[in-house]
Design a protein around this ligand. Structure first.
Ligand code: MFK
Ligand code: FAD
Length: 496
């Protein structure tokens, strides 16, 4: 009988994740921690089930049918099994609702769920993130009518009542530079606003609502003249005829996620607030979705590492299991150290977000959150690609073979650094946040110095911060040089 290599097994993603378990044990009161356990255990079970199901089945992607047999435009999208299960899973485990419970650990409880659900969901977490972001933007603008209309659906624990929201920003003219948005908002004689234009990437096209940037007719050029609108996409059980799905994108990864190009041809819309400064109004959404991105990037790393570690105990080379080869063990240890740093940063942002939202933050923490959000998003996005690539190599040739399920980890990871603001855009955003954020970070580090049992490590962090501060001060008057150095200093600060 020929030798057959045993496949890597996915160990239970919750019960075996010592990084997550340690954080929850450390950060949460015992009663809340105990109450959370059953949901996280069940989401870990689902993750194992989904991994095994994917190994048994042929990969599926969403299919768009534009016309029915009789020539009617239907724009119907068939979804994968995990996507069809999405509303049940999201509502049963309160993946959005948990984050909005009135206590300081709500965000931590929510993102522990997101972390475990993400890969099993096949990026159903993408529209969940945007829905969560829409909640933040609606709450920040304080539009009572829209809040009362949409939030009961977004936060519902009933799959029949649950709605997803999209985020329609990117156009062919620019995804980073949304100030060039061409979509126009026109007002009918009866006062109803309608949107006309083309949105080039829409990842929640199966959702029931969206927040869209558009330029009110007659408003000037540029970012400040944009307004932010709320739209609904469905008319009964069908899509509204003023929303046309042109095609689904053929993507490198996230293939189960239906990302569409769409046309808006008079879609009814309601402004969230004033008819200008739409980017300022959408910023709370961006900061929430960027937090989701960081946590999901860390979840991809956790999966890659878990599989690579399991395989290292099964695969033998040169007479012993890989894990007993010092260099392979060292490779895995290096990956784990990077992962744990990224996990700590992402979940620091999660906990800060929870405290700031519940008005339980220290005075310096809102500015710290504002700075660490782009830093966490950009660094975890970059690291996810590097770490998933390294993990594939840990399997040798098998890591390159499609039906092992491993290449998908790398293909999917590439998205984290592109959407929701590229690495450069976030590095520039960190410059926006730095004036207030750097002193706040120094205050936080001073607190860690006082509490630390590892003075050498904290001293190194402190020295890095001081150097970053000196660099920011030296370049303050030279915008070009400051921008050119922004990626380097953002990555230094994030790793620090
Ligand atoms: C599964 C994982 C979960 C993740 C799912 C994600 C799904 C992905 C779907 C998408 O990709 S949706 C599209 C995401 N698009 C972006 O993230 C846009 C990227 N571009 C930027 O972020 C630009 O920096 C930005 C468009 C925000 C700004 O460009 P501008 O034209 O130079 O605007 P400006 O004048 O700098 O900023 C306008 C206002 O917004 C300013 O405030 P004021 O009006 O008061 O002066 C800024 O301070 C404010 N602002 C910008 N970014 C902010 C912010 N405020 C708070 N937080 C921020 N992050
Ligand atoms: P560009 O803005 O043209 O950027 C090109 C390059 O230029 C990048 O490397 C960027 O870093 C760099 N760059 C740009 N400006 C600067 C600068 N000032 N300084 C230095 N470098 C700069 N968008 C939505 O609105 N809704 C969605 O649902 C959605 N879903 C998506 C799903 C997927 C799978 C993908 C891949 C994208 C999705 N997007 C969505 C679009 C995404 O947000 C944009 O692609 C992204 O913001 C980048 O915009 P762009 O493609 O126009 O690239």
């Amino acid at each position: 009988m020929d030798f057959l290599q045993p496949a890597p097994q996915l160990v239970h993603p919750y019960r075996n994740d010592r990084t997550l378990l340690a954080l929850l044990d450390r950060a949460m009161p015992a009663d809340r921690r105990a109450a959370l356990d059953a949901d996280l255990d069940a989401l870990g079970d689902y993750a194992q089930f989904a991994w095994e199901r994917a190994r048994r089945s042929t990969p599926k992607t969403p299919v768009l049918t534009r016309w029915d047999a009789w020539g009617r435009r239907v724009d119907r999208i068939e979804l994968t099994a995990a996507w069809q299960e999405g509303p049940q899973l999201a509502t049963r485990y309160g993946i959005l609702a948990a984050g909005h419970a009135p206590h300081a650990h709500a965000r931590l409880e929510q993102f522990a769920r997101v972390y475990l659900y993400h890969l099993a969901s096949e990026f159903y977490t993408c529209p969940l993130a945007m829905t969560d972001g829409a909640i933040a933007a609606l709450e920040a603008c304080g539009n009572r009518a829209l809040i009362e209309r949409a939030l009961p659906h977004f936060l519902s624990r009933d799959p029949a009542a649950f709605w997803l929201s999209g985020q329609w920003m990117t156009e062919t003219t620019g995804g980073s530079d949304v100030g060039r948005t061409g979509t126009v908002a026109r007002r009918d004689a009866d006062g109803q606003w309608r949107l006309y234009g083309r949105k080039w990437f829409s990842s929640a096209v199966v959702g029931e609502a969206a927040l869209a940037l558009a330029r009110p007719e007659g408003a000037g050029e540029g970012t400040a003249a944009l307004a932010l609108f709320y739209v609904e996409t469905m008319d009964g059980s069908g899509r509204k005829p003023q929303l046309v799905v042109d095609r689904l994108k053929d993507k490198l990864g996230t293939r189960e996620l239906p990302t569409a190009e769409i046309h808006l041809d008079g879609l009814p819309a309601w402004p969230l607030g004033e008819l200008a400064h739409g980017v300022r109004q959408v910023a709370p959404m961006l900061n929430v979705t960027r937090t989701w991105n960081a946590v999901c990037a860390v979840a991809s790393m956790a999966r890659a590492l878990a599989l690579a570690c399991d395989y290292a105990a099964r695969r033998e080379a040169f007479g012993r299991p890989l894990i007993e080869q010092p260099l392979h063990a060292q490779t895995l240890a290096g990956m784990r150290a990077e992962f744990e740093g990224a996990f700590a940063l992402a979940f620091e942002v999660v906990q800060l977000l929870g405290r700031v939202e519940q008005a339980q933050a220290a005075p310096h923490e809102p500015a710290l959150l504002r700075l660490l959000t782009p830093l966490a998003k950009l660094w975890t996005g970059k690291l996810a690609v590097a770490l998933c690539s390294e993990a594939l190599e840990c399997f040798g040739g098998a890591g390159y073979i499609e039906d092992t399920g491993l290449p998908q980890l790398l293909r999917d990871a590439q998205v984290y650094s592109i959407w929701e603001g590229t690495t450069n855009v976030l590095a520039l955003d960190s410059l926006r946040a730095l004036d207030e954020g750097l002193p706040a970070l120094r205050t936080a580090v001073a607190g860690w110095v006082a509490d630390s049992h590892e003075p050498d490590a904290v001293a190194a962090v402190h020295a890095t911060l001081e150097a970053a501060t000196r660099q920011a001060q030296a370049l303050a008057g030279e915008r070009g040089a400051l921008e050119a150095a922004a990626r380097g200093s953002a990555i230094t600060l994030a790793r620090c």
